[in-house]
Design a protein around this ligand. Structure first.
Ligand code: PLP
Ligand code: COI
Length: 354
């Protein structure tokens, strides 16, 4: 680490830890006692603070609310059996944070500020990190524009904040998904590769329609022909097709997932052939029919490894092999968890110890 961040800390005198039910943690509803906040003013990041989690005062004219200059990251901290705490691959998120910032015409945040701010909030709320299997502390860094000005132009001022909260598994069951052939999440030349708030806003209506039709998630396809697979809801999508790990290659329409990168690294080590390429809906459905598609899952920080059980495409339902029979994703989930919780050695240096 380079210079340590000078953070002003105001402790929460009214902790809600004792009232928190750690046996019931729906994703994103419980927040730890503290949050990090910093300002971008006059061309630099300043006023680094940790304050009690709670409301902040903002002008109703801030440009984030009107023109969507806002984006976020998502990562997790884990408690090991010996009480040590690690955050998984935070420099990867720091790198992507700045890719999002650049595309949305927002200021760069030095990677050390990103990582040290996360380390500081995780450290102060260590007691909030669940010890149960499959549970962790979700970390949500984000940046938004704060100029109170209604002209359409990049803001001059911004806030960077980090919230944390204990979470359990995001999906509790095998997913029934639908291939989206009408709506698009992103388009060439757009900003699908960024973790922009607006990408998620645009996904809500199609996702709600899919839920109304009885599906859990959508498989996003390319916006031109809806013939190529891109992502699975808020996760990357990966298949075991003909014994090879196949996943859409990342491009400007696809988020370059940290979990995706981790899965690819492990698969290569285990001797699997990995193909990052355009993946057509047709070949995936053919694989489902002829039995060559032996695994299919979403890969993401919140989602972890989420098995896809059934796929619908234009009125036809394709049932995949039972998740209990899937060697690859079972081994993957187990290995990933064991690395993150410090059960097996972290030979890649993925765990950032706090
Ligand atoms: N794709 C989208 C649209 C996402 O929101 C996420 C979640 O962060 C991912 C992919 C997976 O990325 P990661 O593995 O870095 O969490
Ligand atoms: C994550 O996996 O961290 C995400 O950002 C997904 C989410 C939008 C809940």
């Amino acid at each position: 680490m380079t210079e340590t961040l000078d953070i002003k800390i105001t402790k929460n005198q009214n902790s809600s830890l004792a009232q928190t039910d750690f046996d019931n943690l729906p994703f994103g509803q419980t927040f730890s006692d503290h949050m990090f906040i910093a300002d971008y003013v006059g061309g630099e990041w300043k006023n680094f603070q940790i304050i009690p989690y709670g409301e902040i005062g903002l002008s109703p004219a801030i440009s984030a609310l009107h023109y969507g200059q806002a984006f976020f990251e998502g990562l997790k901290a884990y408690k090991h059996a010996d009480g040590k705490v690690s955050v998984f691959r935070p420099y990867k998120n720091a790198e992507r944070f700045n890719k999002s910032a650049e595309r949305l015409c927002m200021p760069e945040l030095p990677e050390e500020i990103f990582v040290q701010s996360i380390a500081a909030v995780v450290d102060i709320d260590r007691a909030w990190i669940p010890s149960k299997a499959n549970h962790s502390l979700y970390i949500r860094p984000f940046m938004f524009a704060t100029d109170p000005y209604l002209g359409v132009q990049p803001s001059n001022t911004y806030k960077y904040m980090v919230l944390t909260g204990p979470v359990g598994p995001y999906f509790s069951k095998t997913l029934r998904v639908k291939v989206e052939t009408v709506y698009s999440r992103s388009t060439e030349g757009g900003f699908g590769f960024a973790k922009a708030a607006g990408n998620y806003a645009g996904s809500l209506l199609p996702a709600r329609k899919a839920v109304e039709e009885g599906f859990d998630q959508l498989i996003w396809t390319d916006s031109k022909d809806h013939a190529y697979i891109e992502e699975l809801g808020a996760a990357n999508i990966m298949f075991l097709l003909d014994g090879k790990l196949v996943t859409p290659s990342t491009r400007d329409t696809i988020l370059k997932g940290v979990t995706r990168d981790t899965v690819i690294a492990l698969a290569k080590e285990w001797g699997y052939e990995v193909e990052e390429r355009r993946v057509s809906v047709a070949e995936m459905l053919e694989g489902a029919k002829n039995g060559k598609l032996t695994d299919a899952f979403g890969a993401g920080t919140a989602a972890t490894i989420a098995s896809i059980g059934e796929i619908e495409h234009e009125g036809q339902l394709y049932k995949l092999i039972d998740p209990s029979q899937r060697e690859f994703s079972k081994k993957l989930l187990k290995t990933l968890e064991e690395i993150k919780y410090g059960i097996i050695p972290d030979t890649h240096g993925w765990n950032y110890m706090i």
